[in-house]
Design a protein. Structure first.
Length: 284
């Protein structure tokens, strides 16, 4: 049984089908109820969770009560222009090394949270998010997956007006507004995937499919990204890496297409789950 670690009303839970079990209670206090603290125990927690049986999942849960699996990450990395077809649609050359920016942790929200629109130029970007489970520095590509707790789904919501307000562009602020980082519904361990570098991603706005691709179209896959980042800074349990978005974003469409209040963004990655985020008008 693979591990699906989630945050239910602020408590660490494990999910199986439509049932869950509270981590602290089921483990008799061995593991923390706090989702951030639980990530610091990932190796032991995952070993224990793999031994659970179907009958150990003893409670129903509502998806609307799920929060971000890692609500307070120490670091949130973003990767720009990391899909071949996305680079092609933007008419830009492939980068020679990963283009790294940061999303400030304040933007992280849950899989059913509202997205508060900051302007009339807010865009969608479905992304595979790597969740680090083991600390490391200078991690080689062949050891990179050993430090991964699992994957989750992310939306790198982006205010393009703020992002491109000046030259050179300033990515981080336009991608770090409150609510601009929906994540979830759970952290799914890598044994759930036949190939952890080839997963289908989809993003719908309302009933219209905007993005449809596979992570195999990445320019820099999971292992190269971890190796590159850990060369420069220590990766810690709970760190998030938004790995880039495929083609189909609104800012390169003709005509350009941005999110409107009342629209619902549905972001899905196979074997992980989906985010359902309603757009609401911001203040002013």
């Amino acid at each position: 049984m693979n591990v699906r670690l989630a945050n239910l009303s602020g408590r660490s839970v494990l999910l199986s089908e439509n049932r869950c079990t509270d981590v602290e209670r089921r483990s008799n206090g061995r593991f923390s109820a706090d989702p951030t603290a639980a990530m610091n125990q990932w190796d032991a927690l995952a070993d224990w969770a793999h031994g659970l049986r179907a009958g150990d999942f003893d409670a129903d849960y509502k998806e609307t009560a799920l929060s971000a699996p890692v609500p307070r990450p120490a670091k949130v990395f973003g990767v720009g222009l990391n899909y071949r077809e996305h680079a092609n649609e933007a008419n830009l050359p492939f980068p020679a090394q990963p283009m790294i920016f940061t999303k400030f942790p304040n933007c992280i929200v849950g899989p059913r949270a509202d997205v508060v629109l900051s302007s009339a130029f807010v865009d969608w970007e479905v992304e595979l998010v790597i969740v680090i489970g083991r600390a490391g520095r200078r991690i080689s590509e062949d050891k990179a997956l050993d430090c991964v707790a699992g994957y989750t789904v992310g939306q790198d919501i982006s205010d393009r007006m703020l992002q491109f307000a000046d030259q050179p562009p300033q990515f981080s602020m336009g991608k770090s507004i409150d609510t601009f980082g929906p994540c979830g519904p759970a952290i799914v361990s890598l044994d759930a995937f036949a190939d952890p570098n080839d997963l289908q991603l989809d993003c719908h706005v309302g009933d219209e499919r905007m993005q449809h691709s596979r992570t195999s179209d990445m320019i820099f896959g999971v292992q190269p990204l971890i190796a590159f980042l850990s060369k420069h800074c220590t990766l810690e349990p709970g760190d998030l890496i938004f790995t880039g978005t495929p083609s189909g974003v609104g800012s390169v469409r003709n005509p350009r297409r941005y999110l409107k209040a009342g629209e619902v963004i549905t972001s899905e990655i196979e074997a992980i789950g989906k985010l359902v985020n309603r757009c609401v008008a911001g203040e002013g």
